[in-house]
Ligand binder design. Structure first.
Ligand code: ADP
Ligand code: ADP
Length: 209
């Protein structure tokens, strides 16, 4: 089955069409990328998945629990890492952060630090951990690599791969950086001006100009 199914989705801001007949699927346990430049409609899609925006037409079906890692991390800067993680469990009334430290052991030594004082990469790790607190079937990650050094991104990518391989977590990676997206995911869609311009296996897309 699919954990995310988007069918012929059109979303408008007033008269402006931001998404125009977009269809995509993420299967259970699959790693899929949505690649597109600024203004392509990525945020609009993310906000439609989470129900913040209503489609003009078409439909979004979420077959499982969806968690999102928002663009820009969005910590509570004055709270500790542990408290930030705990807030991610509100939907499932789960305040036990222990399992997150097993999955993301780099966070253990940071657990009592104030989140706002961490590096960008550490904050991104916290954002992933917080999203995992809701025990999702699928994780939608918005701009994982934004402002992060390549080595830091590689570390995050490794953790996402492990979560996928060991726990069957499906991932929808929403990225401007095509190289990072195609490296992590097995399948990808390229969004341009509100439409899916190309889609296929990551190998096919990496080989095309
Ligand atoms: P991306 O996330 O890929 O940069 P967006 O989804 O933010 O793209 O934007 C898609 C298009 O919709 C752009 O042309 C953008 O200017 C427009 N847009 C986004 N948000 C709004 C809004 N609140 N009101 C009007 N137009 C918007
Ligand atoms: P992103 O590329 O992640 O969408 P932006 O800087 O384009 O980030 O958008 C930031 C905010 O401004 C978003 O809430 C978006 O919906 C809104 N926005 C983007 N484009 C427009 C627009 N043309 N008119 C009004 N709001 C917009």
């Amino acid at each position: 089955g699919s954990v995310i199914e988007v069918r012929d989705l059109t979303v408008r801001y007033g008269a402006a069409v931001a998404l125009d007949g977009v269809s995509l699927t993420v299967g259970a346990g699959e790693m899929v990328a949505l690649i597109g430049p600024n203004g392509a409609g990525k945020s609009t899609l993310v906000n439609t998945l989470s129900g913040i925006l209503r489609p003009a037409s078409g439909r979004v079906t979420i077959g499982g629990r969806l968690a999102q890692v928002p663009e820009g991390r969005q910590m509570f800067p004055d709270l500790t890492v542990d408290d930030n993680l705990r807030l991610g469990g509100w939907r499932v009334r789960n305040r036990d952060t222990g399992p997150i430290y097993e999955v993301l052991p780099d966070l253990v030594k940071l657990r009592r630090r104030r989140a706002g004082l961490l590096s960008g990469g550490q904050q991104q790790m916290v954002a992933v951990g917080r999203a995992l607190m809701s025990r999702p079937d699928v994780l939608a990650v918005d701009e994982l690599s934004l402002g992060l050094a390549p080595l830091v991104v590689a570390d995050l990518v490794r953790h996402l791969r492990e979560l996928n391989a060991e726990r069957g977590l499906a991932v929808l990676l929403i990225e401007q950086n095509a190289r990072i997206a195609l490296d992590l995911c097995t399948r990808a869609y390229v969004l341009e001006a509100g439409r899916i311009a190309v889609s296929g296996s990551a190998e096919e897309l990496a080989a095309s100009p």
